[in-house]
Design a protein around this ligand. Structure first.
Ligand code: HC0
Ligand code: SF4
Length: 579
């Protein structure tokens, strides 16, 4: 251990930690801007660039950045001397000197860490005049880059390069023109960006935000000729409450349904229904491949990879095109839902395809891109019209002056609102494969599962593995979340080192609960864990916990699809991948 003094308080801490960590453990708050750390996920950004966290260390001439200065025996730190306060204000004024001042209409207003810092440090005047750069805005199907608002904290760069290993974003230019950008100032949609949105999730300012589609949704809702239905992704219910001051991890499924009904949606349905359907198709595909493999068919490729995460799909299309025949061909739950809504449900209700609008509420920004992909359109009409994020839904609820916390709990509409516990855990890392195991086990062994909770598949480690006993057959499962971890697993498959039969991959750290469209976590990993626990809780509260027991899924096959992997199911529920 090391003993030091922070603000006249003696502190004993572990050797090797930073002054910032030591101060936090002693209850001393040092302001930070570029620094961000997600414990347990191995994610840390400490470029020491912004200099907001400087402190005075006795005996040193220069102020030291607390986020990247190691503690030393006998160190005497003053975190809030006049010299420190003056330096922080000067630094912040310099950052603000070339920052656009359109806070009133900025997408990040109210959620901006720079704005908060200006408030916290009492900035009332900017004594420097920076040059406003005239960088253009870059829009894509999912993300808007308003690069004038980049403050070079480099958090997005760290997420894109180190965590996701996509490598699209890096620092370019010098001086006032220095920004983080794709190479050659290319637009995101010309790059290999996956739209995972992890850069958006950590951007402290309005430089990176989602493409806001709430205005389209309002227009659809106010059109009397349209039937507007909505589906809600599993992870939304575990995070939406945070936007209304509820504790992270508060489940708000019933209130969310009420709010959507009050917003005027004609039917409030659940993406979880699509997730149960995905399990039927993907689970059957997995068992088909497995039984052919066990019969010695050498043309069969294993492991099967899950394919429900659109950023992951875009990642392997760009980065591992040679492996594109191993992911499952099953569409994602969002897209299965849209496809069934615009065929089976539209027919049942007697609504023309063009007059049925499908909106989805997603924790994800890549879902906006996914629903725009050509293979998910019929004569130009998309199966899912608009995908808005958890944050966009919260804004709509606030706009409509709905008192969220006072809403009653209501139930989803039927039939596309029925779902099982297996579906709801799709929203966390490990959940998709656990749901698949619950169904595949019973279909394969023709016996009921001895237990429903597979704790060996749960947790937050970036790469996990487990072997599940399928009545004597050891099914080997791999799980990765975060695209960097996915890359590591894929490299093992390519080199023939992998012995897995099935692998789940989700792009975002934590899975969809940590999606780029969720309420901002501001670097607090505890929030992700609480959301994860909430989903497991919802699973155990459910009466039905296996996808193949969802009565409306059974009915859908009886009335419409015949059986999993039927020709009709192939046409409506499966897809192809492109180089
Ligand atoms: Fe997910 Fe999904 S679980 S990707 O993480 O599979 O976004 O929540 O909606 O589609 O169900 C996101 C979350 C979904 C889909 C589902 C899958
Ligand atoms: Fe990189 Fe993901 Fe951001 Fe694209 S969306 S720039 S892949 S972090």
């Amino acid at each position: 251990t090391v003993q030091l003094t922070i603000d006249n308080k003696p502190v004993v801490v572990k050797k090797g930690i930073t002054v910032l960590e030591a101060a936090t453990s002693a209850g001393v708050h040092i302001p930070t801007l570029c620094h961000m750390k997600l414990d347990d996920l191995n994610i840390e950004n400490k470029p020491g660039g912004c200099r907001i966290c400087v402190v005075e260390v006795e005996g040193r001439r220069n102020l030291a950045p607390a986020c990247c200065t190691e503690v030393a025996e006998g160190m005497v730190v003053n975190s809030h001397s006049i010299r420190v306060i003056n330096a922080r204000q000067t630094v912040l004024e310099l950052i603000l000197s070339d920052h656009p001042a359109d806070c009133l209409i900025c997408a990040k207003s109210g959620n901006c860490e720079l704005q908060d810092m200006a408030h916290q440090l009492g900035i009332r005047e900017i004594h420097y005049k920076g040059e406003q750069s005239t960088y253009r805005e870059d829009t894509s199907p999912a993300i808007i880059r308003d690069v004038d608002k980049c403050i070079m904290c480099r958090r997005c760069e760290m997420m894109c390069n180190e965590v996701q290993t996509v490598g699209v974003l890096s620092a370019i230019n010098r001086g006032f023109n220095a920004v983080v950008s794709p190479a050659f100032e290319m637009n995101l949609d010309h790059s290999v960006c996956t739209y995972c949105g992890q850069c958006v999730a950590v951007c402290p300012t309005g430089a990176l935000t989602e493409v806001d589609q709430t205005a389209h949704v309002v227009r659809a809702l106010s059109d009397p000729d349209k039937t507007v239905i909505v589906q809600t992704a599993p992870a939304v219910r575990a995070a939406l409450g945070e936007e209304f001051g509820l504790e992270p991890g508060t489940l708000v499924t019933g209130k969310m349904v009420s709010a959507l009904r009050r917003l005027g949606f004609d039917y409030v349905f659940d993406t979880d229904f699509g997730a149960d359907l995905t399990i039927m198709e993907e689970g059957t595909e997995m068992l088909n491949r497995l039984s052919r493999f066990l019969e010695g068919d050498e043309s069969v490729k294993l492991p099967i990879l899950t394919s429900c995460c659109p950023a992951w799909v875009k990642f392997f299309e760009h980065q591992f095109p040679q492996l594109k025949d191993i992911p499952s061909t099953a569409r994602s739950p969002q897209q299965m839902f849209g496809s069934i809504a615009k065929t089976y449900f539209a027919e049942k209700m007697g609504v023309e395809r063009d007059n049925l609008i499908v909106v989805s509420i997603m924790p994800c920004v890549a879902k906006k891109y996914e629903c725009g992909r050509d293979e998910f359109k019929v004569d130009g009409n998309p199966d899912v019209d608009y995908a808005i994020t958890t944050r966009e839904l919260a804004n709509l609820i606030k706009l409509a002056n709905i008192s969220f916390d006072r809403l009653p709990n209501e139930d989803f509409d039927m039939p596309l609102g029925e779902s099982t516990g297996a579906a709801v855990i799709f929203g966390t890392t490990g959940g998709v494969i656990e749901a698949a195991v619950r169904t595949a086990y019973e279909l394969y062994t023709k016996k009921p599962l001895p237990k429903l909770d597979f704790h060996e598949l749960r947790g937050m480690d970036g790469i996990r593995q487990a072997t599940i006993d399928f009545a004597g057959f050891p099914l080997k499962i791999g799980i990765a979340h975060g695209l960097g971890n996915a890359r590591r697993l894929l490299e093992k498959i390519e080199s023939g080192e992998s012995e897995f039969h099935a692998i789940e991959i989700m792009s975002c750290p934590g899975g969809c609960i940590g999606g780029g469209g969720q309420p901002y976590h501001h670097g607090n990993a505890e929030i992700l864990k609480k959301r994860q626990m909430a989903l497991y809780q919802e699973d155990s509260n459910k009466k039905i916990r296996k996808s193949h027991e969802n009565p409306f899924i059974i009915q859908l096959y009886e009335e419409f699809l015949e059986k999993p992997m039927s020709e009709k199911a192939h046409h409506l529920l499966h897809t192809k991948y492109f180089d």
